[in-house]
Structure formats: C-alpha cells, structure tokens
Design a protein around this ligand. Structure first.
Ligand code: 5GP
Ligand code: ZN
Length: 116
C-alpha cells in the first residue's frame, strides 16, 4: 500500500478526520475510532513505516519516542499509576489490520482481568 492510500498517513496529514490529541514533526497521537477500552489511543510515527518488522536502526529513537509519549498521555488521562497496556500488533497473525506502525495505549477497568 502506498502512503497516499494509508489511512494513518491521511490522519497525520489532516486529510482524514480523527480526534488528534498530540502532534509534532515526528509523531501523532489520536483516539482509536473503535475504542476497545475506556481509553484507547494510537501513537504513530508521522512517516510511513508499515510495522515493527520494517523499523530501521536509524528510526529506533522513534520507538522510544512513541513509548514516552504514551506514558505522558497515560499521565494526562489519569491512569499512569492505576495502570495501562501498550501494544504493537505485528503482521496478519499478530492481529495487525492497519499497516502503518502504531502503538496502542489501552486503559480502563475492562482491559485486564485483575485479581485483587
Ligand atoms: P491494529 O489491528 O492494526 O493493531 O489496529 C488498528 C486500529 O486502528 C484498530 O484498533 C482500529 O479500530 C483503528 N482504526 C482503523 N481505522 C481507523 C480510522 O480511520 N481512524 C481511527 N481513529 N482509528 C482507526
Ligand atoms: Zn501510512
């Protein structure tokens, strides 16, 4: 798929709508269209990288940046201490459906069966 056809490239470029909560020159964070938890936010690199499998060594800092931004968003959402889940789906059998690298941030009481 070319970046022009990629829904997340379109969201980054502002040509498709999304609830964007953060954007800079390298990364964008927006709410998942079909939230699977009370908090479900996607953090993506602005440049088109299909998945973790295609991350080049010189882009390694981008992964760190995605994780640090997810942690900051968790703080803003009031879940940093309560807990949250970060997830990359990779490839067909890994459950990936959009082939533009994205880090899922899930939070809220339904994400895990927690034993007290
Ligand atoms: P994956 O299954 O590839 O790890 O996750 C893709 C995620 O993108 C899914 O949770 C899906 O709900 C979300 N998604 C797919 N299309 C759109 C869209 O157009 N806008 C937004 N905000 N989220 C989308
Ligand atoms: Zn893309």
């Amino acid at each position: 798929m070319s970046p022009e056809e990629c829904i997340f490239c379109q969201i980054v470029a502002g040509t498709s709508q999304a609830k964007i909560i953060y954007q800079d020159e390298e990364i964008t964070a927006f709410w998942d269209q079909y939230p699977a938890a009370p908090v479900h936010i996607l953090i993506v690199p602005n440049k088109h990288i299909p998945s973790i499998n295609e991350v080049a060594e010189e882009d390694a800092y981008l992964l760190t940046k995605l994780i640090f931004k997810a942690r900051e968003i968790a703080e803003d959402q009031g879940v940093r201490e309560k807990g949250y889940r970060l997830l990359f789906n990779i490839g067909k059998e890994g459950g990936q459906s959009v082939y533009h690298l994205h880090l899922h941030l899930f939070a809220g009481k339904h994400i895990l069966v927690v034993k007290d």
